[in-house]
Write a protein that binds this ligand. Structure first.
Ligand SMILES: CC(C)(COP(=O)(O)OP(=O)(O)OC[C@H]1O[C@@H](n2cnc3c(N)ncnc32)[C@H](O)[C@@H]1OP(=O)(O)O)[C@@H](O)C(=O)NCCC(=O)NCCS
Length: 371
């Protein structure tokens, strides 16, 4: 980092390459993006970090550390509350990241998928279908934590062409030729892989299952791997065929994240927290004061109303915990009682029932931060 210049090059809308450069020589680079991610009914601006790279002859000189620190400052200035990345093992914890998403895999045998019929028409998606596909994606995921909000002009093309060989985007139409669902499929060396699937009726799921089974058989694979969270309705639908789930909880690897701006993070969570309070029996007014290694900020709860506070109020319930533990709670990755057992966490008994209402466990999957 010493004597290096930081160069910020915009790549596309809301994405940038940051480089450390000395006299035209690149010492380190990283790709950053800004996205909107859902946590239930809340929407949060997040920063995606990908492709961190130091050339071999410049490694172990502190360049990646310097660039990661500069990236966090940059993303915070871009309004991001949280940073997320798909991590190589045992590296990013030193930059404040913790594992915040499990890896879910659903497997279904190809011959079982072929026991379905195809009540609706399935075809390859065309360019003109893209706006309707984006609408279907956002509609199916409107309250799903860990999904990105895709703007109306977002295009599936990037996702289809991300990785080799390119994927195929299958579309299922209802009787009135509207998009009822879709699946993004690709052949991998060892499996047939469905990277994304959404649909809003069981006829759409059945038609997609049949079309996917047909393609997997043609490609010579005995089973299909679906990338879906464990509570996804297609997973429920597949129970009838016999299905198998694999869930991995990694140590310092895969879906990792950290908070960048605590008050902004708490503030963005408010709609979902208010919704959870509204569904619960909770009626007491209370203030929670979160003390993390980054910063301290609080939540004032009055009925279903939630406010973020910057100054501690007398009578607040003080909760001391690492920022990663708070992010794990917010994403439903860990339970309050599990977090409370950590040695660097202090949760007063009086605060626990309220925290359990605000932060129930829930399945969420790491979004594609470079999509
Ligand atoms: C990983 C990589 C970016 C590290 O770059 P670097 O400039 O050598 O890293 P730094 O010198 O800033 O090291 C920062 C810290 O990470 C540690 N570290 C460096 N490379 C590491 C690695 N591959 N695994 C684990 N720890 C590593 C260093 O010991 C140092 O620790 P410390 O600050 O606690 O003493 C570089 O090895 C690389 O480009 N690898 C190939 C691409 C890659 O895997 N990128 C990650 C994509 S998710």
């Amino acid at each position: 980092m010493k004597n290096c210049e930081l160069i910020v090059a915009p790549k596309a809308d809301d994405s940038w390459i940051l480089r450390l450069d000395r006299n035209g020589e690149e010492f380190c680079r990283v790709e950053l993006s800004r996205k909107r991610m859902r946590i239930g009914r809340s929407r949060m601006t997040i920063g995606g970090v990908a492709g961190l790279y130091t050339p071999p002859d410049r490694r172990m000189e502190g360049h990646a550390r310097g660039l990661m620190e500069a990236s966090h400052d940059f993303l915070q200035r871009q309004g991001c509350s949280v940073a997320l990345l798909n991590a190589i093992p045992d590296f990013y914890q030193r930059f404040g990241y913790g594992v915040v998403f499990p890896v879910y895999r659903l497997f279904v045998k190809t011959d079982r998928l072929l026991k379905t019929c195809r009540p609706l028409h399935v075809r390859r998606a065309r360019k003109k279908d893209e706006p309707a596909l984006v609408r279907r994606y956002n509609q199916c995921n409107r309250y799903r934590s860990g999904t990105l909000v895709r703007p109306a002009d977002w295009r599936f093309n990037n996702l289809v062409n991300y990785g080799r060989p390119p994927g195929s985007l299958l579309l299922v139409e209802d009787k009135r030729q509207r998009v009822a669902g879709y699946a993004l499929c690709r052949t991998r060396s060892d499996r047939y892989f469905v990277q994304e699937l959404n649909g809003h009726t069981s006829a759409a799921f059945e038609s997609l299952a049949n079309a996917i089974g047909t393609r997997a058989r043609r490609a010579g694979f005995e089973r299909v791997h679906f990338k879906l969270p464990i509570d996804h309705p297609f997973g429920e639908f597949c129970k009838r065929f016999g299905s198998e789930w694999e869930i991995q909880h990694h140590v310092d690897a895969e879906g990792m994240g950290r908070i960048l701006d605590l008050p902004r993070f708490l503030s963005a969570l408010r709609p979902e927290l208010a919704y959870r309070l509204g569904k619960s029996e909770w009626s007491e007014n209370a203030c929670l004061w979160f003390i993390t290694e980054l910063d301290a900020a609080g939540l004032k709860i009055a009925g279903n109303a939630v406010r973020c506070i910057r100054k501690r109020k007398t009578g607040s319930r003080d909760i001391a915990l690492p920022q990663t533990a708070l992010l794990q709670l917010a994403l439903g990755y860990r339970t309050v009682s599990d977090v409370a057992n950590e040695k660097d966490v202090r949760i007063p008994g009086l605060a626990r029932p309220l925290l359990e209402v605000l932060f129930p466990p829930s399945p969420a999957m790491m979004p594609m931060v470079v999509e």
